[in-house]
Write a protein that binds this ligand. Structure first.
Ligand code: HEM
Length: 158
C-alpha cells in the first residue's frame, strides 16, 4: 500500500511538469493549457463556465479569466498534494472547495475532476502507473470528503 506521504511525494513530483509560479510565462501558460485541455476533451463540462461555453482554444489563450482560473485550479491541486499527509488540512480544503462551488457543480464531478487532471498531466509528462495511482488516491479521498460534507449539509451526494 502506498502511504499518504508517498502519495504526496509522487504527486508533488508530477507537478514539477505543470508548474505555477511568479515567472510570467509559467504562471500564465500552464493554467491556460489546463483549460484548453478540459474544453477540448470534456466538452460536457463547458456548460459550467458561463459565458465561455463556446470559447475556442484561442479565446481561452487570450482570456484573463482563464489565466487566473488556471492559476487557482493548479494552486489547489498543489495544496491537495502538499496536505495529503495531513488529513485535517486536506479534508478541510476539500470541504471549502465544495463550498466555493455550491451552486454550480454536480456532486459526481468531484471524482471526475481527477480523471481530467490526470489526463492533463499526461500531456506534460509521461504518465506512469505510480503517478496515476497516486492522483487517483487523492481524488478518491477528496471525493469521499466532498460527499461527506454534502451529506452533513443535507444536500444531494453522488
Ligand atoms: C472556480 C467548475 C472542480 C477549484 C470554478 C468555476 C467553475 C468551476 C465554473 C468558476 C470559474 C469561472 O466560471 O470563471 C468546476 C467543475 C469542476 C471543478 C465543473 C469539476 C469537474 C474543482 C476542483 C477544485 C476546484 C476539484 C480544486 C481542486 C476551483 C477554484 C475556483 C474554482 C479554486 C476559484 C473559486 C473562486 O474564485 O472563489 N470551478 N470546478 N474546482 N474552482 Fe472549480
Amino acid at each position: 500500500m502506498t502511504t499518504p506521504s508517498e502519495v504526496k511525494y509522487i504527486c508533488k513530483r508530477s507537478l514539477e511538469s505543470a508548474k505555477i509560479g511568479t515567472d510570467e510565462a509559467a504562471a500564465k501558460q500552464t493554467g491556460l493549457d489546463f483549460y484548453k485541455y478540459l474544453f477540448a476533451n470534456y466538452p460536457e463540462l463547458r456548460v459550467y463556465f458561463k459565458g465561455a461555453e463556446n470559447f475556442s482554444a484561442n479565446e481561452i489563450q487570450q482570456s484573463d479569466r482563464f489565466q487566473h482560473q488556471g492559476q487557482q485550479i493548479l494552486l489547489d491541486c498543489n495544496t491537495l498534494a502538499n496536505t495529503f499527509d495531513d488529513q485535517i488540512k486536506f479534508k478541510t480544503h476539500a470541504r471549502e472547495t465544495v463550498h466555493r462551488h455550491m451552486t454550480n457543480v454536480d456532486p459526481s464531478l468531484w471524482s471526475v475532476f481527477f480523471t481530467v487532471f490526470i489526463g492533463f498531466l499526461g500531456t506534460k509528462m509521461t504518465m506512469d502507473g505510480a503517478t496515476k495511482h497516486a492522483w487517483t488516491t487523492i481524488g478518491k479521498v477528496f471525493a469521499e470528503e466532498c460527499n461527506r460534507y454534502l451529506k452533513d449539509l443535507g444536500l444531494p451526494t453522488s
